[in-house]
Design a binder for this molecule. Structure first.
Ligand SMILES: O=C(O)CCC(=O)C(=O)O
Length: 299
């Protein structure tokens, strides 16, 4: 981006909380991601997990029954941990440089979601579920892997909603409490009305990218034509400093990093139970050491 383009992009980002970037991604990089996506379904994989959106259940990709494979919609989680093509697309030089401008420091890729169909997800705000240590240090990028039609259930978003004051849950935190999501929805509805906001749809062509602020209200529009694909991939990024403070393992890639970690546990599995007990403690200890090494304060 030249100086004027960057200036305009930053103004749009500030006012609307989104950036639409037509033809931003390199065709060869997009094709490599598509080819690897097909390969993982063909060959299976021991660790990769998927969320079956039709029955709201997480499982390993290799355990998906054949009939569900043909007829259900899936989110394939964190292919960035396994596939270099996904990391390249997420952190190519131009993308990493732009994200650095938006975050104020180098981005660290923390997840990827590969989608063949629309999600029809209810409107939500990402920071509720992936709550960053520093409130502004989370951004999302959505990349179209094919030309998308309105019937496929487009990405819906509410420009300007990133300026709504974040909801504070009963424990004083901004991370969601499932039982309090009704109150959160009511708060957001009132705020959307008071700010006079209206939703828009993003109808992209292959290679278009869309970036949103982690406080932006967004979701998936209903699918009007059953079976109509909407191939896309979503990335989320924390900032380098937050990741270091949290003790995450960062692997350099182009102008940013990706977080090396385990795959999402399957609910009820041994790994899930162990992670529930040990994960936060291990990260806290790593963070403590990281801050000591950097001469920073300890928790
Ligand atoms: O692609 C979509 O329909 C929604 C994606 C989304 O909401 C998310 O990844 O946070």
């Amino acid at each position: 981006m030249d100086g004027q383009q960057l200036h305009d992009a930053m103004a749009e980002w500030d006012a609307r909380g989104v950036l639409a970037l037509p033809s931003f991604c390199n065709d060869a990089e997009v094709d490599a991601v598509l080819a690897d996506y097909r390969a993982i379904w063909r060959d299976g994989h021991a660790r990769v997990t998927v969320d079956d959106m039709d029955v709201d259940r997480r499982m390993r990709l290799r355990d998906v029954p054949t009939d569900a494979r043909a007829s259900h919609r899936f989110k394939v989680n964190d292919l960035y941990l396994e596939q270099a093509s996904v990391r390249r697309l997420a952190l190519d030089d131009r993308m990493a440089a732009l994200l650095q401008q938006l975050l104020g420091e180098r981005p660290a890729l923390c997840n990827s979601l590969s989608l063949e169909y629309g999600t029809e997800q209810a409107d939500h705000v990402d920071s509720l579920f992936m709550t960053p240590r520093t409130p502004t240090h989370l951004v999302a990028v959505w990349v179209a892997l094919e030309d998308c039609t309105p019937e496929s259930g487009l990405l819906r978003y509410w420009p300007g909603s990133h300026k709504i004051d974040p909801y504070v849950f009963s424990n004083g935190a901004r991370h969601y409490i499932p039982e309090e999501m009704g109150a959160w929805s009511a708060w957001m509805q009132t705020q959307v009305q008071q700010h006079g906001l209206h939703s828009e749809l993003f109808q992209p062509n292959k290679g278009d990218a869309f970036i949103w602020n982690a406080q932006l209200l967004h979701g998936g529009n209903p699918i009007a034509e059953h079976g109509r694909t909407r191939r896309s991939i979503v990335f989320h990024y924390f900032s380098e400093s937050d990741c270091r403070a949290m003790g995450h393992r960062l692997v350099p890639e182009s102008g940013g990093y990706w977080i090396r970690r385990s795959h999402q546990p399957i609910p009820g599995s041994f790994n899930a139970r162990m992670r529930g007990h040990a994960g936060p403690t291990v990260r806290r200890i790593r963070g403590l050491f990281a801050r000591k090494r950097n001469g920073g304060e300890t928790m």
